[in-house]
Design a protein around this ligand. Sequence first.
Ligand code: ADP
Ligand code: MG
Length: 227
Amino acid sequence: VHEELRQKEKLVIIGQMAATIGHEIRNPLASLKGFAQLQHEQFPNQNAYYPIMIQEIDRIDVIVNDLMYIGKPKAIWIEQINIKGIIEYTISIMSQQADAQNIIIESSYAEHLPLVECDEKQLKQVFINLIKNAIEATTNGGTIKINVQLLEEGKINISISDEGCGIKSEDIPNLTTPFYTTKKSGTGLGLVVINQIIKEHNGAIKIDSDLGIGTKVTVTLPIRQKL
Ligand code: ADP
Ligand code: MG
């Protein structure tokens, strides 16, 4: 419990710092990106580094965004949302990256899914991060399967399974620690943000993994939010 409290305090401090300097970083970043894009459009064949610059600026933006979210979560905006729509949208966003790595993303849904009370933007972020992790774990091609099931007691289960590298069982508790990453250019913030968003929706997240075989992440959400 003591450790958990310290962890929370740490997140609050990181969040306050990030919120203060976040805006200051994002404004000049936006103008840098604008000028890089302009240069690239005007002289498309002249400098191959502009797309890389734009990509790296986007990366800084994602990191700053995640940092600003942690410790200072945005208020959630609950609406009745078609979960299938959100997932199909997310798959379409990630399909280019998946194609480039010979990864197929399959999705299946229970019939007659009800609308789910949730924050559309935040849930999109959850699924983008989860599919991104699944893609990054998969090096030799494979299939990512997304399945949506209706549970009794007014809940819905969304699972994302990959055939990637898997996670050692002793590492699973570390995954929601800020900045924990096993990737060369990871931030270790993805699952921290996911965890926070799911918690705010009164949901739960479960990670099952077999090293060398694959990982299954299951998100459980209530269909209705208590007021
Ligand atoms: P990042 O992706 O920046 O490393 P995350 O918080 O998204 O940060 O993930 C933390 C770590 O959890 C990853 O570095 C990786 O070791 C592990 N991980 C997450 N998802 C998967 C997955 N689907 N397969 C294997 N490892 C994963
Ligand atoms: Mg990640």
